[in-house]
Design a protein around this ligand. Structure first.
Ligand code: NAD
Length: 280
């Protein structure tokens, strides 16, 4: 496994396993399979309702805790200093661990400054090894990062072949914050798996389109956490370190960027209203 050194010196695997939309009753099985394949970074969230399954799989795996990198996220309904602090303790309990490797603010809504202060306190108390944010696009990221003490180590944002986030990447680099992709495979809903440019490059390397998409992000300096509940696909998504895309191939893939979201925009008022509903 390759690692990226975060801004506080903590090392994070560049490839992990995500469990968004993984039903609670199969999460333990899925995470156990991912760990058996070799994944050592797991990405969950309070809002996914499956932290218990992640914790159980890690505990039962017998793998030393310090060889596994656990990420979870504080949901909007737990925003604010007091509620966020209590939610961190609840996540620790569900994950059956004394510390979380990376805690992120899930969404840039409600009292996220209060949430961040709770995270800074928990970081100083040794409950968190690194703290960061998610879905903070450049304007909000620059704001928060200027008015906090412990600078965010990671920003997890939608990033894939069709929305490459080059502007966000440049600002994250400027402020020494690692760029992590959510939906690195476009949630399986984009034309990634049939696109002729991706398919041609995949055939040249005897790889699949999914592997090309992940390799492209890794070579672009982006951390990836693909999700699959199928063991063969988990394995496929893990096998992306035995080939390299050429500069020409990287250029062809860079040209696929539409610079807009394949799902929704955090700046769309209707979307924000929907988040307010989910926050209740
Ligand atoms: P993803 O891009 O990882 O796509 C997953 C889907 O792609 C699968 O459900 C399946 O349909 C398909 N797929 C996976 N591997 C495949 C393969 N090898 N071949 C063909 N199809 C394949 O989408 P995601 O799960 O949304 O994102 C990854 C992780 O990012 C999540 O599990 C979660 O941990 C995190 N995430 C975070 C946020 C956030 O707001 N912070 C939002 C979404 C996801």
């Amino acid at each position: 496994m390759e690692f990226v050194k975060l801004n506080n010196g903590v090392e994070m695997p560049v490839l992990g396993y995500g469990v968004y939309q993984t039903p609670a009753d199969i999460t333990e099985r899925c995470v156990a399979e991912a760990l058996a394949i070799g994944y050592r970074s797991i990405d969950t969230a309070q809002a996914y309702g499956n932290e218990e399954g992640v914790g159980a799989a890690v505990k039962k795996s017998g793998i030393p805790r310090d060889e596994i990198f656990l990420t979870t996220k504080v949901w909007i309904s737990n925003a604010g200093e007091e509620k966020a602090a209590a939610s961190i303790d609840a996540s620790l309990k569900k994950l059956q661990t004394d510390y979380i490797d990376l805690l992120l603010i899930h969404q840039p809504f409600s009292d996220y400054y209060g949430t961040y202060r709770a995270m800074e306190k928990a970081y100083r108390a040794g409950k968190l090894r690194a703290i960061g944010i998610s879905n903070f696009y450049p304007a909000r990221f620059i704001d928060l990062q200027n008015f906090c003490d412990v600078k965010p180590a990671v920003n997890q944002i939608e990033t894939h072949l069709f929305d490459q986030q080059k502007t966000a990447h440049a600002y994250l680099e400027k402020y020494h914050c690692a760029h992590e992709a959510w939906a690195p495979l476009g949630e399986g809903r984009t034309e990634l798996f049939t696109h002729p440019v991706v398919t041609e490059i995949a055939s040249a390397h005897e790889k699949t389109n999914a592997q090309i998409a992940l390799r492209f992000l890794l070579q672009s300096g982006v951390i990836v956490i693909p999700k699959s509940v199928h063991k063969e696909r988990m394995q496929e998504n893990f096998d992306v370190f035995d080939f390299t895309l050429s500069d020409e191939e990287m250029g062809k893939l860079q040209a696929l960027d539409t610079t807009s979201s394949s799902f929704f925009s955090h700046y769309d008022p209707k979307t924000v209203e929907q988040f307010m509903e989910w926050a209740k």
